[in-house]
Design a protein. Structure first.
Length: 190
């Protein structure tokens, strides 16, 4: 999610929609479903157990083969039923039935998630440029000797280090300026 999450937290322009997520590579009921007040992810589970948990008897009639062959039909039945109660109500019912599930969190919810905080999964730092507007980034997930890799540089504007890199490669100032004029490289605006 790093490619989606970092822009969400670091720009004023955000996307708001969240559609159903289920793939052909998992049988029903796997997917994300709207509830009365949010969304809930439902993992793999026997349809009769889910039928009992969400009080939807029609699900119990589907076979294991149907879970693959009739995913859309099953998904529509589940979706219609789950819209009738809140995420918390469904979560309690699924917990009692021992069905793998989770409340779907939005990016803004993740900032306050205790596990995200514990892992240090997000790093907020001054952004590039004169304003230094803070940017929030997804931290490197791997630990080396118990420590996350350091984020040394905030995302930069296009061409931010072009002059330095080209000079290090032996290009003279006039050559760098010519490359910029010809559109070969991008230099930051003064």
């Amino acid at each position: 999610m790093a490619n989606n999450a970092a822009p969400w937290w670091s720009t004023a322009e955000t996307q708001t929609g969240r559609g159903p997520v289920a793939g052909w590579y998992y049988p029903a009921p796997y997917g994300i479903y709207a509830t009365r007040d949010g969304h809930i992810a439902v993992s793999l589970c026997p349809l009769p157990r889910l039928a009992e948990a969400i009080e939807e008897a029609r699900l119990a009639a589907f076979s294991d083969n149907d879970a693959w062959a009739r995913q859309d039909e099953i998904g529509e039945i589940i979706a219609a039923r789950l819209k009738t109660k809140t995420t918390e109500e469904w979560s309690r019912a699924m917990e009692r039935a021992q069905i793998w599930h989770a409340r779907v969190q939005g990016y803004d919810d993740l900032v306050e998630d205790p596990q995200i905080k514990h892992m240090g999964a997000l790093v907020t730092m001054p952004g590039a440029g004169e304003s230094g507007t803070p940017v929030t980034l997804v931290n490197h997930p791997v630990r080396y000797d118990g420590e996350a890799a350091e984020i040394r540089l905030a995302p930069q504007r296009l061409g931010a280090q072009s002059k330095e890199v080209l000079a290090e490669l032996g290009f003279a100032g006039a050559e760098i300026a010519a490359l910029a004029r010809e559109g070969v490289v991008c230099l930051p605006e003064p």
